[in-house]
Design a protein around this ligand. Structure first.
Ligand SMILES: O=C(O)CCC(=O)C(=O)O
Length: 305
């Protein structure tokens, strides 16, 4: 089991702009998060069964299958999975996971802020018919090339924000694992544009600004993770497998630095300087997140016009 990162891994991250860490986490770290997600899917199935929009609850299907027939009949089956709908106690605990934070600390230092730009993704197989407007939502799509700094405000330009991309199932080429363009993170931020009308999605690197460097497809087994520099272009292909590609992308930065998303609170999860201000109460996090959903309305989220 990895305890932090080795000097070689840290050097690789700073040279390449990403790092694959196999066996970073164990079942004891990931299973509670998965069980909580299974509970969210179960609750959605029972709600939709009662509402009559699905024909059965598909409770016999495994974690990587059950959501597919549910969403095919009612796209709202996936609504409770991602932040801020999902503010469960297990994901809260995972944001404080000491194995994960030991790794993160090697890159961002001892004052660790869990950035509010974070996602839990159930990336569904891209083939087949889905109900409602699912084809326009993020669940069945590829993720176009972008730099995470490109979707944050310029106040974060001097901050190292590290993404930890953590699959809950084995992730490879077939189910649309992460792809990265290495060794671009020391260059200026590339211009981002909105995808063409009707394609939906967030800002992406303008096509003429894409680097020539060959992208890498990073295969990660459950328990492994990918660390990404916030200036590393990355994206993913559609999920062409028969199962759901479950993953989390959680971001971290030095809490004393601007994080580029001031409208939504993250939380301090580890600190040597002010340990008393680490958020340890789940209820405090939930309250802050719910308040932010109301108070951020109308504020500017992106640097591009
Ligand atoms: O999970 C994916 O397919 C894309 C993740 C991503 O773009 C990110 O973590 O910024």
């Amino acid at each position: 089991m990895a305890a932090g990162l080795t000097a070689e891994q840290i050097e690789f991250f700073h040279r390449e702009g990403y790092l694959h860490v196999p066996d970073a986490l164990g079942a004891e770290d990931l299973d509670p998060v998965q069980i909580e997600l299974e509970g969210i899917v179960e609750a959605a199935a029972q709600r939709l069964l009662a509402a009559g929009t699905i024909d059965q609850d598909y409770g016999e299907l495994s974690f990587d299958r059950r959501l597919i027939p549910l969403v095919r009949q009612d796209a709202s089956a996936a609504e409770g999975i991602n932040f801020p709908a999902n503010l469960g106690t297990e994901i809260f605990d995972f944001l404080h996971n000491s194995r994960l934070l030991n790794i993160v600390e090697c890159l961002v230092g001892t004052e660790i802020y869990a950035h509010s730009c974070q996602h839990i993704r159930a990336k569904l197989p891209a083939t087949g018919d889905y109900a409602g407007s699912l084809s326009e939502s993020e669940w069945a799509r590829s993720t176009a090339w972008h730099q995470d700094l490109g979707v944050l405000l310029p106040e974060a330009d001097e901050t190292l924000i590290v993404t930890s991309w953590i699959p809950l199932v084995d992730a490879g080429e077939l189910n649309g694992t992460l792809r990265v363009i290495p060794r671009c993170h020391t260059e200026p931020l590339r211009r981002h544009v909105r995808p063409p009308e009707g394609e939906g999605g967030s800002y992406t690197v303008a096509p003429e600004e894409l680097p020539d460097t060959e992208p890498m497809t990073v295969t990660v087994e459950r328990g492994g993770l990918i660390l990404l520099h916030c200036r590393t272009p990355h994206g993913s292909e559609p999920n062409r497998s028969q199962g759901v590609r479950w993953s989390m992308d959680l971001r971290w930065n030095d809490a004393r630095m601007p994080n580029g998303r001031p409208q939504v609170p993250g939380m301090l999860v580890r600190s040597q300087e002010s340990p008393d201000t680490v958020v340890t109460e789940h209820a405090d996090w939930v309250t802050a997140m719910k308040l932010a959903q109301v108070s951020r309305r109308g504020s500017q989220f992106y640097r591009w016009h």
